[in-house]
Design a binder for this molecule. Structure first.
Ligand code: CTP
Ligand code: MG
Length: 241
């Protein structure tokens, strides 16, 4: 079975609020350093450690492709890692990577490059579930009560037992994901994750695999404090085991 991983890493990191147009590369969040290494490298490592992963495709902004290629070549790689140019939206970045895959790929796992705290066991569980059912996402149940609102007025309460917060990876049969992207393009639909594109096809039910509240999407400056804490804990666990 061939399993390709797509890591969209072509964003601007606007909410991190630290990029200035004249400063390139290292200033964007996917390249911010944790323990001296860019976040993207931490994420790549997690997927390189997965037995069932066959290749990794990273979508990057054009100006980052050269220096990231050098960075990746500077150490031994456990899996083939390819770079493609991303697009103006996350969806476009993933679509570009998808278009670069060989036709014999069976499953595609899409994972935000800025979620370095995913664990290998969860990736394997999502892959296993998608192999069986066609589509699987990692998700966690919310701890807060979720309200529907109009402006600042509450219009209803959504029963919490019916809610899941979608994380990544999201894993799909390659043909299914291709069809989902083709239909989204046809309909001019833009979603914030791949599952929403696949759900619109109404062809398979998407399974949910339990995630973790450590699998954060590094988004805002305070997330870096959490990230440093999680990283320290990860290396403590490694030493203990
Ligand atoms: N991404 C991408 N191409 C884009 C936009 C986003 O590949 N055109 C990637 C980001 O690099 C990130 C992932 O999609 O790894 C999740 O996106 P998000 O957390 O929103 O990152 P940014 O778009 O970079 O941040 P912001 O929305 O704050 O600008
Ligand atoms: Mg974004």
């Amino acid at each position: 079975m061939k399993v390709a991983v797509i890591l969209p890493a072509a964003g601007l990191g606007t909410r991190m609020g630290r990029q200035s147009p004249e400063k390139e590369g290292i200033s964007r969040k996917q390249f911010m350093l944790l323990d001296g290494r860019p976040i993207l490298l931490h994420t790549i490592h997690k997927f390189e450690a997965c037995a069932s992963v066959t290749e990794i495709v990273v979508a990057l902004r054009r100006e980052d492709m050269e220096w990231v290629a050098k960075l990746l070549a500077s150490e031994p790689r456990a899996k083939p890692v390819r770079l493609v140019e991303g697009g103006d939206t996350r969806q476009q970045s993933v679509e570009n990577a998808l278009a670069s895959l060989a036709s014999d790929v069976d499953l595609v796992a899409v994972h935000d490059a800025v979620r370095p705290f995913i664990d290998t066991a969860t990736i394997e569980r999502a892959i296993h579930e998608a192999a069986a059912c066609g589509a699987a996402i990692v998700g966690i149940v919310p701890v807060d009560t979720v309200k529907q609102v109009k402006r600042n007025k509450v219009h209803g309460t959504i029963p919490r037992e019916r809610l899941v917060l979608a994380q990544t990876p999201q894993v799909f049969r390659f043909d299914l994901l291709q069809r989902a992207f083709a239909k989204a393009r046809e309909d001019g639909f833009t979603g914030t994750d791949e599952s929403s594109l696949v759900e619109r096809l109404e062809q398979v039910e998407v399974s949910v695999v339990p995630g973790s509240d450590r699998n954060i999407k590094i988004t805002k400056p305070s997330d870096m404090d959490l990230a440093r804490l999680f990283l320290a804990e990860e290396s403590r666990h490694r030493k203990a085991s």
